[in-house]
Design a protein around this ligand. Structure first.
Ligand SMILES: NC(=O)c1ccc[n+]([C@@H]2O[C@H](COP(=O)([O-])OP(=O)(O)OC[C@H]3O[C@@H](n4cnc5c(N)ncnc54)[C@H](O)[C@@H]3O)[C@@H](O)[C@H]2O)c1
Length: 354
């Protein structure tokens, strides 16, 4: 495991439970971080040298939880050493790097998984089922808020930092590739770094998604709303036990009146709160990575999935620099997958997650 900072400690806690003594190394350049890890996990060897782990033939995979600008180079080193890799979001800081990494992993038959944690949240998985089964009718639009006071970053704006979650959720729920992005934001704390960003993403079929992210906000909010033609869904990550609510609400068209004006009947019926697994999403996510490494299966959030998220982040960046102009999102062309060393099954055969 590489990087034992804020998020790395959460990964380590789960990795220790899932992998036990098979977790061999903890790499971090900061002595205090290594000391903190050594106290908690005395059997794990701590080092500042990633090559120690890369040179060990018994190491099959590496997990990376370092700051985003280091992801592409570290992932590259791990893949070049012939090892499987889990890397935190975002996969890279450019589409070009993300695509190269996805291609390299496929070419070498290696698992490359991106830490899009929210795709392993049971409420989000259930939302996708409701959308795919037609339960909510046609999806019309969605919006999300990811707000809090903190954790303030000084190098990356808030959409690079926390926006990957909302983009990955929207891409996953809709199952289509975004077409365009328009982003506006405000910089208040550090020069050149947007603390608050408002992004609109256009998907095929006139579906729009609006994402509001900020680390300068009074109320912690983590909510995703999906409005369909028949039902509406609200996922509130801060409501234990009621994280997903299905609203049987909608606007049903009536016959036009005598002036030809279409009228609507507003429907407001029962709400439903489905029962969902309470397993920690990060535990499910990491168990999936270990399963994929063991079985040579393509992860659900593979390098191509990561590249599709980076494509939106990069386009949002360009839009911010252009004062909110609409910027196209390049389609991510997934090449036919070469016969891999590990014999990847098709994506719908990914291992079941508890
Ligand atoms: N999936 C999620 O829900 C989630 C949540 C928070 C953060 N993250 C991601 O986790 C990653 C880390 O974020 P954080 O908040 O823990 O950052 P952090 O700054 O708290 O920790 C980063 C750690 O990596 C170490 N590090 C830096 N460069 C390194 C290198 N080259 N090799 C080895 N170690 C190195 C640092 O010493 C530090 O201990 C980011 O990519 C972030 O996007 C994901």
């Amino acid at each position: 495991m590489v990087g034992f900072g804020y998020w790395g400690t959460n990964i380590a806690r789960n990795l220790d439970k899932l992998a036990g003594p098979r977790w061999r190394y903890l790499v971090d350049p900061v002595p205090e971080r290594r000391l903190a890890a050594a106290e908690l996990y005395p059997r794990v060897r701590t080092t500042d040298d990633l090559d120690e782990a890369l040179d060990d033939d018994e190491v099959a995979g590496i997990l990376i939880a370092t700051p985003a600008p280091s992801h592409a180079a570290l992932t590259r080193r791990v893949l070049d050493a012939g090892k499987h890799v889990f890397v935190e979001k975002p996969l890279a800081m450019s589409v070009a790097d993300a695509v190269t990494l996805a291609e390299t992993a496929d070419r070498n038959g290696l698992v490359l998984m991106v830490g899009h944690t929210f795709e392993y949240v049971p409420a989000v998985e259930r939302m996708r089922e409701y959308i795919r089964s037609g339960e909510i009718g046609e999806p019309l639009h969605l919006h999300s808020q990811r707000l809090n006071l903190g954790r303030i970053q000084s190098d990356l704006h808030s959409f690079w930092s926390i926006g990957p979650h909302d983009v990955s959720i929207a891409n996953y729920l809709l199952g289509t590739e975004p077409r365009w992005v328009a982003a506006q934001g405000g910089r208040y704390l550090h020069d050149g770094v947007e603390d608050v960003v408002f992004v609109t993403v256009g998907y095929p079929g006139d579906v729009v998604a609006h994402m509001h992210v900020s680390w300068l906000d009074p109320a912690k909010t983590r909510r995703t709303t999906v409005v369909g033609t028949r039902r509406m869904l609200v996922y509130d990550d801060l409501l234990p036990g009621a994280r997903l609510t299905v609203f049987d609400k909608g606007a049903e068209p009536l016959e036009p009146d005598r002036h030809g004006v279409r009228r609507y009947r507003l429907r407001d019926e029962a709400t439903h709160v489905p029962e969902l697994s309470t397993t920690e999403p990060l535990a499910r996510e990491l168990a999936h990575f270990l399963d994929c490494v063991r079985t040579g299966t393509r992860p659900r959030t593979d390098g191509w999935n990561g590249a599709r998220v980076v494509a939106v982040l990069e386009a949002a960046d360009a839009s911010l620099r252009a004062g909110g102009a609409t910027v196209s999102v390049p389609p991510i062309e997934v090449p036919p997958i070469a016969p891999p060393r590990f014999g990847y099954p098709q994506p719908d055969l990914t291992p079941a997650i508890p």
